[in-house]
Design a protein around this ligand. Sequence first.
Ligand code: ADP
Ligand code: MG
Length: 381
Amino acid sequence: MTHPGADEAREKLLVNLTPELRRDLRIRAAEHGLNMQDAAASALNLWYDTPTAPEFEVRGAKSWGVFLPSGGPDRFAQECRDREITKVQGMAQAITLWLTSHPSPAERLVAQPVKRILVGNQKGGVGKTFVASGLAQAMAEMGLRVLLVDYDPQAHLTKRMQIPGLPEGGESLLKHMLGEAAKHLARSLVALPHERFGGRLHVLPASMDAFLMDAKLALLQVGRDTCLARALAPLEDSYDVIVLDGPPNLGLAIDLAINFVQRRPGELIDHSGILIPVWADRSSFDAYDMLHAQIATHSKMTGAVVDELGFVVNAYDPRKGVGTQAFNEGWNQMSAPGVLATFKDLVEGREASDNQVPLLEHAPNSAHANGMRALAKELAA
Ligand SMILES: Nc1ncnc2c1ncn2[C@@H]1O[C@H](COP(=O)(O)OP(=O)(O)O)[C@@H](O)[C@H]1O
Ligand SMILES: [Mg+2]
């Protein structure tokens, strides 16, 4: 199993951390040119030098793993015992101190491009469409203008939204990618009618020709790598967020999507990137290793910087046994990227797709819907 950021000379510290602190630490560390491990080590040193730190709210803290220089975990545990506080409190104090002493550099004020999120994993059935759709709904509900792209030729998203296909006069995304479209891509969008989305949630439906995407694009002589980014560019100013529901393979289409969500000059770490739904099972770890390798290869060959925003552990059912629970722990112990949300295997998720009603409309007060709202809030921060 790959542990990105793992380092043989370091020791792993497992401690709970709130999602807000984890995210702030990761972003702020990047802004200061540090990786998260070094920022955490620096935070602990600061804390050791600060005998009394204010108590910090740690409700909602989740399991988190970080690699510290040798001896680091023991020293931290001892210091917590001496101060008679829990480790979760100690780490929260340390990171808060560090964040206060390392404010955001001025570049943070630079206007950010549209947020671009690929919900991707080549493994089928892990919940890409469930997460992409729920996330887009929650973001629209909170007031953001959202474009949700059905980027899977199987058109599951389009069907579950009860969209019959492209609106009249609209041309497929593939046509736009190939440079063969005559009309504006906005003509191909469908606005969801539900009041809770306030007309802010638009879907680019899948089209039958998407099955030919890899074959057709392979013949494209110039501009292939950027053809998705180019096709979507005319829409970018009209949205705050673009969410792509990825296909269940690692073909050319995924490379183009990776290209589209790569970090742009001046764009903050984790503003855009790949959100990875997984299951708490062994094959999901294998699938992630492959996806991670593809992202790494893409980065190496093109120079792109691609942020893995985090995992969504989906359809989790701890009653399936200790193995399932252990795999869930495995995801939660990965520090970069971390687990941003966990969705249990619940009837609402299944019903919403079976009944072809958006989740937030079908079960607005369900744990699934609230989980999507929390995820949207975290990713929109
Ligand atoms: N957390 C969940 N609880 C219950 N059903 C789920 C959950 N997540 C996904 N599903 C259902 O499982 C099926 C597969 O999910 P889907 O999102 O289509 O996966 P993918 O897009 O990765 O192929 C769908 O019918 C979906 O409604
Ligand atoms: Mg899907």
